[in-house]
Design a protein around this ligand. Structure first.
Ligand SMILES: *Cc1c(COP(=O)(O)O)cnc(C)c1O
Length: 380
């Protein structure tokens, strides 16, 4: 079999053809520096500002609230280290969860080494961080709450609005890593009480190495990359014009017919979940049964090694993963799965399948057939 079925869209996505086409002029004739005044520079500047407007509109935000970065990791680092550093006199306590992406966890651990105190809250068995647990963790010296919008491994969508209200009531800055949620589900900054939001282009069919941080008007965070005056003096460095233009196009495409795409994705996802749960014995679905990202599926199969299953899936042309692409500790069981208290017999047999808008029913049928055959083979 030489078909390729790509079900690892939470790790990265294929760049859309229309995105590539939109970027091309800025890799060729419009190579000017966006901070210069002659025409090829002015063209680049115009394109960067157009992308900023498109992205702001998708969030019901203002263009002045969008800052371009090199991706989700930089946005998370900036938000967390920026708020913590700026509020040091007020307090040194940060609230986060134990199932955040490493960009958040490792930023927090770095701050701990500098003397900050961090509460890593444990989710429930569905991966949900309860607003009550956040409320109980608040201290007079808490200055930042950072909770992800949607979990990259198990897909659980967190109660961000409720958490944001708690943060607001206590005058605490609230950051959310929305890398898995932005451009996947509708987000309105008019409705969601978040102060800072991270997103990354390559998770929604844009180019790699570019992202943004939304900073609500009135919230002040210091510059993270010091240098020139780009991004209104908040993020130095010659703009990644082609990358930003590509991200703008990808954001625009993602928000055209978004609801219809979500419906289609969820239908296929639910079909995959239901058939696997019914047709393969001893399997469990990880993450919240309903409050989950439209494209996320995470299964644990009893008594097998997820790594062995991934190799067999790959032989059938199926790209999936054992959880996060960023699990560098070489651990057999992901830290997220551990935090969800998945039973010992099941935890090692965990795999993640993440769909996108282009995933077809034929691909899902082929995946189910491959899973059935290969899980049976491994459980012999
Ligand atoms: C991918 C991802 C990141 C990192 O984004 P990059 O652009 O790859 O740096 C951060 N958080 C979450 C939840 C992610 O899925």
């Amino acid at each position: 079999m030489n078909q390729q079925i790509y079900l690892d869209n939470a790790a990265t996505t294929k760049i859309a053809d229309a995105v590539k086409a939109e970027m091309e002029p800025y890799l060729k004739e419009n190579y000017g520096n966006a901070s210069t005044s002659y025409s090829i520079g002015a063209e680049a500047k115009k394109a960067v500002e157009k992308a900023r407007e498109i992205i702001a509109e998708t969030l019901s935000a203002k263009p002045s609230e969008i800052y371009f970065t090199s991706g989700g990791s930089e946005s998370d680092n900036w938000a967390i280290k920026g708020v913590a550093g700026d509020n040091k006199k007020k307090g040194c306590h940060i609230i986060t969860s134990s199932i955040e992406h490493h960009a958040v966890l490792n930023s927090c651990e770095y701050l701990e080494r500098l003397g900050y105190h961090v509460s890593y809250l444990k989710p429930d068995r569905n991966g949900m961080i309860s607003p009550e647990v956040i409320q109980d963790a608040l201290r007079p010296d808490t200055t930042l709450i950072t909770i992800m919008y949607g979990n990259n491994e198990v897909g659980t969508v967190e109660p961000i609005s409720q958490i944001g209200k708690i943060a607001r009531n206590h005058g605490v800055v609230f950051h959310t890593d929305a890398v898995q949620a932005y451009a996947q589900i509708p987000l309105s900054m008019m409705q969601i009480p978040v102060d800072l939001l991270s997103a990354s282009s390559h998770k929604f069919h844009g180019p790699k190495g570019v992202g943004f941080l939304y900073v609500r008007e009135g919230v002040n965070i210091p510059s993270f990359i010091h240098g020139g005056g780009q991004e209104r003096g908040k993020r130095a460095g010659t703009e990644n014009v082609a990358g930003i233009v590509g991200m703008g196009k990808a954001a625009e495409l993602a928000h055209i017919n978004m609801r219809r795409r979500i419906q289609k994705e969820m239908m296929l996802r639910n079909y995959l979940i239901e058939r696997v749960l019914h047709e393969i014995p001893n399997v469990r679905l990880n993450g919240h049964p309903t409050m989950r990202l439209p494209g996320n599926v995470n299964f644990s199969f009893k008594g097998i090694e997820g790594g062995s299953l991934l190799i067999l899936l790959e032989e059938d042309g199926i790209c999936a993963s054992g959880g996060s692409a960023c699990n560098t500790d070489g651990g057999r069981i992901s830290y997220v799965i551990k935090e969800l208290d998945v039973e010992e017999a099941y935890a090692p047999g965990t795999i993640r399948l993440t769909l996108c808008g282009d995933t077809t029913k034929a691909e899902i049928n082929a995946t189910i057939a491959s899973l059935k055959r290969n899980v049976a083979r491994l459980t012999l």
